[in-house]
Ligand binder design. Structure first.
Ligand code: 73E
Length: 803
């Protein structure tokens, strides 16, 4: 039964009365948000319970997605949409003179992730529930989410993101499901009736308490669980009056999310975090298997449980499952290894060497002595097994423990039955370059799973006008079955539809322009090209190349050479310790100030760097983009996902042939994307031959010279040293990302953008093709492939519950 407007109004009024002793017209937006989320929780509670009962009754296989990051953003509108309530609630609130968007704005983002990796994990949760599978998330309940970014004098400052300050309205603390996790101390193996059993001495025991959040499936009655663990003092120790510093030491474990994306520092606290959520998650899985499913035969575990390792951060799950099976449940090593291999699967998200996790063996031995013994034994058996079958060189290159370090990717690969990359090119590079030895050893374990995005969020929630246009043209089925979006191509020559596309884009741009005015006090013209680059700030993503393009446009305009009006919009956080990335932010901000206030430019070019890019800001920017900048150095961006979101919203992609851009090009055809830049062979040639000499390019290309010189010749005020740092980097033979090598070709690509912009009709046609073909990147399709090829799941049958 669907909810009616009147029923909803009654429920909301009731909540406001009970929670705040107020009437509806007295309540603030923040109070209304609290009340509304209470109504929504009541709405999904029966089906959440029902899903858990069905899981236990049907005993179907479940996947547990282990990820150190989950980045869901806000949940109110998603939950409303997925319950099938969004339109009713919006209309009912409007009857009451209230605005859903204003109320929803009171919800803080759940920003427990850095970027694409964490967002993908959240998208997978939504999709598993929406496609009818039982999928559980397992991660960390960080007290502080990813830092809030502020610009002070053009510099990035990081402020704490205390997202739990106002309480999270979605989580449920499940104290009865707490488990204990052990760190440090000494371990001795003793013979207990013929079974070598560990005896622990000293060390710390931490209590892991789960907080569960419901993940509501899209109108299918399934509601799964995202379980995040918090660290607390164990109850026994509470009795012995712990000092404040004892308490703090334990609570610090889950206090902060490491703010590095595609980078790794071997910090002890990070290692603790990794083991903490992995051990807690596996203990609760085995508890459920034994108690709820009544099973003691662990050889059947792979029929009920799949554990997925999202990058190497949870790779210790392999050793921890071995420990639990062998030490706690007395399964012999070979059987336990066979079970582990069948249960575990692993996704690699990057080939950048600086992101590869390697833990010092001494550090591991001290923090997790038993785990280190188990990893050593896995490594010993691996080498012994291969000895004589392959060359010693291959064994040395692929073993887990090398030069006093544990290679986490090697552990993940050796202990998993499936290893996947996140886009076709990325998987190909894993197989032929980065993990070539492993691919030769285990070709059957490797497979590709191109990433996907939650079209529900990026179209239905972020772009309701475009969603309505799809309904009016191709019918509503696309909302459940994205294949139908391809039918939108039938309107390729329909002038009315093309005009609607342009009008919707203009409306979205006007809204963003208002927001920019509010936030930054800068006026932008909604009729200009909105040129968008939103992603983490990283050298390989090359916000620097966009900066050089901006400087070139500025010089042209100053010299009287005309260009169509353009607003360049950036959103990007830099890791706090990433000095160069922060210098780039400073230079972009100073460039923006200079250009935005230059009377000669007179608004022909504006540069807007919006603070604090997060999921909520993305929802404002992406529907308003005309151009999507996907300009990473080829081979470096494993997949990218903002490329997919922007395409779905009708932006034209300017792209290197990197990551999923290649698949976007394949989907839309070469007339509907603008590509440029070095190809992968040229990139590898530079590396192999050390033949990159950017200074020669700079000396022989006057346009390039003039543009780069703007960084150092005082053109841009207040950032002399930062500008110098950028220029020095660009001109160095050691510059790994080939910014200048792609500069000339990038300018040509941007000239093409200007040409295309002149014809609004054909621009809308390109937009239409991009929207239609974004169906290929629907995360539900990605999840179906994981479910079939890797996890071997069946769909859950859940009776729909009346609300
Ligand atoms: O290309 C993206 C990819 O789309 C990749 O850089 C990103 O993962 C996305 C989803 O597959 C990624 N993040 C990290 N590694 N790859 C990472 C590494 C360490 C810490 C945090 C994030």
């Amino acid at each position: 039964m669907q909810l009616t407007k009147d029923e909803f109004k009654k429920k909301l009024k009731n909540k406001v009365n009970i929670y705040f002793e107020e009437e509806l017209d007295e309540a603030s937006n923040s109070e209304l948000y609290t009340a509304l989320s209470g109504v929504v929780r009541d709405g999904y509670a029966p089906q959440w319970r029902r899903t858990r009962i069905s899981e236990a009754d049907q005993g179907q296989k479940q996947v547990y997605y282990f990820s150190i990051e989950f980045l869901p953003g806000t949940l109110l509108k998603t939950n409303l949409l997925n319950l099938g309530w969004l339109d009713t609630v919006r209309a009912a609130l409007s009857d009451l003179g209230l605005d859903l968007d204003k109320i929803a704005a009171a919800e803080p983002d759940m920003a427990l992730g850095n970027g694409g990796l964490g967002r993908l994990a959240a998208a997978f949760m939504d999709s598993l529930a929406s496609t009818g599978y039982t999928g559980n998330g397992n991660g960390i309940r960080y007290k502080y989410g990813l830092f809030k970014q502020k610009f002070v004098n053009g510099y990035q400052k990081e402020l704490p993101n205390d997202w739990l300050k106002k309480d999270d309205h979605w989580e449920v603390r499940r104290e009865s499901k707490s488990v204990l996790v052990r760190f440090g101390g000494k371990v001795r193996m003793v013979d207990d009736n013929g079974w070598m059993t560990p005896q622990y001495e000293g060390g710390d025991v931490v209590r892991a308490v789960p907080y569960d959040t419901a993940i509501v499936g899209y109108r299918d009655g399934v509601t799964n669980t995202l379980r995040l663990w918090d660290a607390e003092i164990p109850p026994e120790e509470e009795l012995s009056y712990p000092t404040i510093s004892d308490r703090r030491r334990i609570e610090d474990l889950t206090s902060i999310l490491y703010p590095d994306d595609s980078n790794y520092e071997g910090r002890l606290l990070r290692l603790k975090q990794e083991y903490f959520f992995v051990s807690a998650g596996l203990q609760s899985i085995l508890d459920y298997y034994v108690k709820k499913l009544g099973n003691k035969d662990f050889t059947k575990l792979p029929d009920y449980v799949a554990v997925h390792i999202n990058d190497t951060h949870p790779a210790m799950a392999i050793a921890e499952l071995m420990r639990l099976l062998v030490d706690e449940h007395r399964v012999d090593w070979e059987t336990a290894w066979d079970i582990t291999l069948k249960v575990m699967s692993y996704t690699n998200h990057t080939i950048m060497s600086e992101a590869m996790e390697k833990w010092d063996t001494n550090m591991l031995s001290q923090l997790l002595p038993r785990i280190m013994q188990i990893i050593t034994e896995i490594d010993r058996r691996y080498c012994a097994y291969l000895n004589g079958q392959v060359s010693n060189d291959v064994i040395e290159r692929t073993r887990i423990i090398k030069n006093g370090q544990v290679q986490m990717a090697h552990l993940a690969i050796i202990g998993s039955h499936s290893i996947n990359g996140v886009a076709a090119l990325h998987t190909q590079l894993l197989e032929t370059k980065v993990l070539k030895d492993f691919y030769n050893l285990y070709p059957d374990r490797f497979n590709n799973k191109t990433n996907g995005i939650t079209l529900r969020r990026w179209l239905q929630i972020a772009n309701p006008e475009l969603s309505d246009l799809l309904d009016q043209t191709i019918g509503k089925d696309w909302r459940k079955n994205s294949d139908k979006m391809l039918n939108f191509e039938k309107y390729y020559n329909d002038t009315l539809v093309l005009e609607r596309i342009n009008q919707i884009k203009l409306d979205n741009k006007k809204k963003l322009a208002e927001f920019i005015k509010e936030q930054m006090g800068v006026e932008v013209d909604p009729n200009a090209i909105f040129d968008v680059q939103v992603k983490r700030l990283h050298e390989y993503k090359r916000q620097t190349l966009k900066l050089l393009h901006i400087l070139k446009l500025y010089q042209d305009l100053k010299a009287g050479i005309d260009h169509p009006k353009r607003v360049v919009i950036f959103g990007a956080k830099a890791a706090p310790s990433y000095v160069f990335a922060k210098q780039v932010i400073k230079v972009i901000n100073e460039t923006a100030n200079m250009i935005n206030s230059d009377p000669d430019i007179n608004g022909k070019l504006k540069v807007i760097f919006l603070e604090n890019y997060d999921v909520s800001l993305a929802e404002k920017i992406i529907p308003a983009a005309d151009v999507s900048e996907q300009i990473s150095t080829t081979t470096k961006e494993a997949s990218g996902t903002s490329n997919m979101k922007l395409m779905a919203n009708g932006a034209l992609t300017v792209a290197t042939m990197d990551g999923a851009n290649i698949e976007i090009a394949d989907a839309v055809g070469e007339d509907n994307i603008i590509t440029f830049g070095l190809n992968k062979d040229q990139v590898y040639k530079y590396y192999a031959e050390h033949s990159y000499h950017p200074r020669e390019m700079y000396e022989s290309d006057p346009v390039m010279k003039k543009t780069v010189d703007a960084l150092t010749d005082g053109t841009i005020p207040n950032c002399f040293s930062e500008g110098q740092a950028l220029a020095n980097k660009f001109l160095s033979d050691n510059e790994q990302f080939f910014v200048l090598a792609d500069f000339a070709d990038y300018l040509k690509a941007q000239e093409k953008v200007e040409q295309e912009w002149k014809d609004k009709h054909s621009w809308a046609q390109m937009s239409l093709v991009n929207i239609a073909h974004s169906e290929r990147f629907d995360v539900d399709k990605t999840i179906e492939r994981y479910a079939q090829d890797i996890w071997h799941l069946k769909k859950l049958k859940v009776e729909k519950v009346d609300h």
